[in-house]
Design a binder for this molecule. Structure first.
Ligand SMILES: [Zn+2]
Length: 487
């Protein structure tokens, strides 16, 4: 199936866009990267801090080994080269949420290089978006600006939270690809259980570099960076806006200024934040407080054994073995819980109807009632039972929807509901034939009109029969019987 999404680029056929993305993924280790403080979200400000993560002079950082394990896992999942030796560097800048005056990160020698992430394009083909690197670093604290008073606060709870920075090549050439890449990457870190992927909490943050140029021009255009946008929808909107803004500037003979911009979701536009610092401004050098990270083959293969089935592998399997469409499979695998739900339900009832019930009824119900899959009372085996009841002809689709609603509210067994509510389909031809005969006999005028050519009246007879059976008649058999008796 081809899903063509509209883009502003469709209106400027002579231009093209080049996009590269840097993602910061907060790692879900129990403790921070260089101290034993708890790595938590949402605690009272400045409670999970110590002299190391709040940057006192003279203290020594000690690397959390779990962080290296997580980085190797991410590297293996993206087919990256794992560096046998990598090093930490200091990146200097001044900001109130960074009391040390430098961030510990990796510069020249990152832990992973040259990976790639496969993404499914709109026409179902696969494109590999290459990664330049994945490196380890620490997060900074947070500045909190009070809206009522003219003051700002600093919360250092987040300082020292381990991050992976995952940097793509500028291989992305549309808004759709950018969003698909980010969704694919987020699914990977979630499948690996190394990051919550929660964008609203800032656990998965994307900086998107965008530049446009005329297709015939050789050199890339000047790029702008969109920083820290907290939803896929806003990222898509912001990229579209930025493509148009840059094209309009070029068309008017103006220059694009290299800068960092923010997305104003209220006014739906990007606004300048600051002109981009050059790399040299940071005065990187190797951190003398931390030894080199040395990783051997044995360590790598130990981590490799824990690699789960990855989202793109799962998607391939769903399409090949269960014959799901690319679209169906992509919705399932984007969310690990949903993919697991499908697999469990499918193990109870090997019916393709399962996918329709999940995409249409289950997701619709979750959205309508604003609940998560885990909170939903329709467990995979209960959904499979509803599908089996329909497929075996015990209930019709209309009754099935009623059963689904009741299961969703109560968690009751579908078979019991059907019995209690008397929802069993009237499938016996004899029973239905009696009903059809009565309807035909008691409506001679309508029969006359129908026979004289008013075909549309057929619906009237079907409606009457469904009413007589209280919606429990098998519509297919009713239609066949009506055709027979209306001849
Ligand atoms: Zn600490």
């Amino acid at each position: 199936m081809t899903l063509k999404t509209e883009s502003i680029l469709d209106h400027y056929p002579e231009y093209e866009v080049t996009i590269g993305i840097e993602v910061h993924a907060q790692l879900t280790t129990k403790t921070k990267i260089f101290c034993s403080c708890a790595n938590t979200v949402g605690k009272t400000p400045n409670t999970d801090i110590c002299s190391i993560c709040s940057g006192h002079p003279g203290v020594l950082p000690v690397l959390n080994k779990k962080v290296v394990n997580f980085a190797i896992l991410a590297g293996l999942a993206t087919k990256s080269k794992i560096s046998k030796i990598s090093e930490f560097a200091r990146k200097h800048y001044f900001y109130p949420d960074l009391p040390k005056g430098y961030q510990i990160t990796q510069n020249e020698f990152p832990i992973c290089t040259e990976g790639f992430i496969p993404i499914y394009l709109e026409d179902g083909t696969i494109k590999n978006v290459r990664l330049t690197r994945i490196h380890i670093e620490e997060d900074a604290g947070k500045n909190i600006h009070s809206s009522s008073d003219d003051v700002s606060f600093v919360d250092l709870n987040r300082a020292g939270t381990p991050l992976l920075e995952i940097v793509s090549h500028p291989d992305i050439s549309s808004t759709y690809q950018a969003k698909t890449y980010l969704k694919a990457l987020r699914s990977i870190v979630q499948y690996l259980n190394i990051c919550s992927g929660n964008m609203e909490e800032g656990a998965f943050r994307a900086d998107t570099n965008i530049s446009v140029k005329k297709k015939k021009d050789k050199d890339l255009g000047t790029r702008c960076e969109l920083k820290n946008i907290n939803s896929f929808k806003f990222i898509g909107d912001a990229i579209e806006y930025e493509i148009q803004r840059q094209i309009e500037l070029l068309k008017n003979g103006q220059n694009v200024v290299q800068e960092t911009r923010l997305w104003d979701s209220k006014d739906k536009k990007t606004i300048p934040m600051r002109s981009k610092e050059e790399a040299a401004d940071y005065r990187y050098f190797q951190d003398p407080d931390l030894p080199l990270i040395e990783v051997n083959d044995e360590w790598i293969s130990r981590i490799e054994k824990t690699l789960p089935e990855l989202p793109y592998e799962k998607q391939k399997r769903f399409c090949k073995e269960i014959k799901l469409s690319t679209y169906e499979a992509s919705i399932l695998v984007e969310d690990k819980e949903l993919a697991n739900y499908f697999e469990r339900a499918y193990s109870f009832s090997k019916s393709k109807q399962i996918i329709n019930w999940i995409l249409r009824d289950l997701l619709g119900y979750l959205k309508e009632h604003k609940i998560s899959l885990i909170e939903c009372k329709v467990t995979p085996d209960l959904l499979a039972k509803i599908v089996t009841l329909v497929e075996s002809g015990k209930i019709n689709n209309r009754a099935a929807k009623e059963v689904f609603e009741i299961v969703a509210q109560t968690g009751q067994n579908p078979e019991e509901i059907v019995k209690e509510k008397g929802l069993e389909q009237i499938g016996s031809v004899d029973q239905l034939e009696e009903i059809v005969k009565t309807i035909v006999e008691s409506n001679p005028d309508m029969v006359e009109k129908y026979k004289s050519g008013k075909d549309r009246l057929f619906g009237f007879f079907v409606g009457q029969a469904m009413k007589k059976t209280q919606g429990k008649g098998d519509p297919k058999i009713i239609q066949e019987l009506l055709k027979k008796h209306l001849q």
